[in-house]
Write a protein that binds this ligand. Structure first.
Ligand code: NAD
Length: 368
């Protein structure tokens, strides 16, 4: 395998233009003031993944936390040097409207709470970053979009892969024709969900099982690597209902998407195996990522004429997918443009997920 320096390869191929379009470099007219984020829900993703990323941001800073646990909120506020006025509970959350430090609310709660906390943020006059899945139904997604529109505020979904260097390069290569005509996509995304008491396994809180969680990465990648929207799908669920973890939600769900060009995407989502992979095959080569959509360490190979080439990516400070995501929303607010992964993108996925569940339930192909 040939390993090449990723910075060189991206720059040579013009990929920096793609990366800066999505992740964003500072523009000449960018004002100095960083915009303030309030994080709602201090769970694993918020505390361990998102909060430590503000140090890598050019345009975003953490200014407030919202939590049901006052001790945790106080401890984290102290750790991040937040003022007392930046500490909220779920009860006084709406008073965030009176805090001029807060420009954006980042909803990091269980899925069933995304709609309520997004709509309340919009009503408080704040822009919103909402974690994936956008909500637990397309009706909720529509209500969230309407609330943000009515308030004149931006809504973005935390689809971090759109800001991740390896995925951006994979997309650029696919779009450049480097592998010829796209023919077939395959992805498996899963992790082992061990604890039956987790909210992720309670349908009222999660809205569904692995598909609502890790399966979205396969669905998203199928759409952005083909650059098309599916016209039909077929899904098949396989869940051991005697397993105490899966009494309410699905474990494995396999879904096949048919695209207008004739490309087929075959995707697997699961809570019973660790896997994080996708491959796109064209008539002149292939692009393969494994792991494909992790927080760090994603790897990519291109294959052509029997030769495999690894393309490596050392992410430097300020260039992480999380910082890119956080700063992108700020830039969209400043320049009054729609985020590349706005509410409509979350809604599109939710409609597809609903169709996937319906197909699995009714055991039939669904045209979209
Ligand atoms: P978590 O269980 O670690 O945290 C959830 C937080 O919500 C906790 O602070 C908890 O106290 C709070 N909460 C409030 N009401 C609750 C209730 N009724 N039941 C349970 N918790 C309640 O979960 P997480 O892994 O941080 O996930 C939060 C959100 O972030 C989810 O929507 C998830 O899909 C998303 N997420 C995204 C990524 C990503 O890579 N983009 C990764 C992980 C999680």
């Amino acid at each position: 395998m040939t390993t090449m320096n990723r910075r060189q390869s991206i720059a040579a191929a013009g990929g920096l233009a793609v990366a800066s379009l999505a992740g964003g470099a500072a523009t000449a007219q960018t004002p100095d003031r960083k915009m303030g984020y309030a994080i709602v829900g201090l769970g694993y993703y918020a505390v361990n993944v998102i909060m430590p990323q503000f140090k890598n941001c050019q345009h975003s800073k953490l200014v407030a936390v919202v939590s049901g646990d006052p001790e945790k909120a106080k401890r984290l506020a102290a750790e991040y040097g937040l003022p007392k006025r930046g500490i909220y509970s779920y009860d006084n959350y709406d008073s965030i409207k009176n805090n001029p430090d807060v420009d954006i609310v980042y909803v990091c709660l269980p899925n069933s709470m995304h709609a309520e906390y997004t709509i309340r943020a919009a009503k408080a006059g704040k822009h919103v970053m909402c974690e994936k899945p956008m909500a637990i139904s397309s009706a909720e997604c529509e209500a969230m979009i309407a609330a943000c529109k009515q308030a004149g505020k931006k809504l973005m979904i935390g689809y971090r892969s759109h800001f991740e260097a390896t995925n951006l390069e994979a997309r650029r290569l696919a779009n450049s024709g480097a592998i010829g005509k796209r023919r077939y996509f395959r992805s498996e995304h899963g992790f082992v969900q061990r604890d039956p008491s987790k909210w992720r396994l309670k349908k009222a809180l999660s809205g569904g099982g692995s598909m609502m969680d890790i399966g979205i990465y396969a669905l998203q990648a199928a759409r952005y690597m083909t650059g098309e929207e599916p016209i039909a799908l077929y899904a098949h669920e396989q869940t051991d209902k005697n397993d105490p973890r899966f009494t309410e939600v699905e474990d494995m769900i396999e879904f096949e998407l048919e695209f207008p060009s004739g490309v087929i995407a075959s995707c697997m989502s699961m809570y019973s195996a660790n896997q994080n992979h996708y491959i796109l095959m064209g008539d002149q080569g292939r692009i393969e990522l494994e792991p494909a959509t992790r927080y760090t360490g994603n790897r990519m190979w291109t294959g052509k004429d029997g030769r495999e080439t690894e393309v490596t990516s050392p992410p430097g400070p300020g260039s992480t997918q999380f910082a890119g995501q956080l700063d992108h929303l700020v830039q969209c607010i400043r320049e009054n443009r729609e985020p590349i992964v706005g509410g409509e993108e979350g809604l599109r996925d939710m409609r597809l997920i609903e169709a996937i569940y319906r197909s699995a339930r009714e055991q039939k192909r669904i045209t979209l």
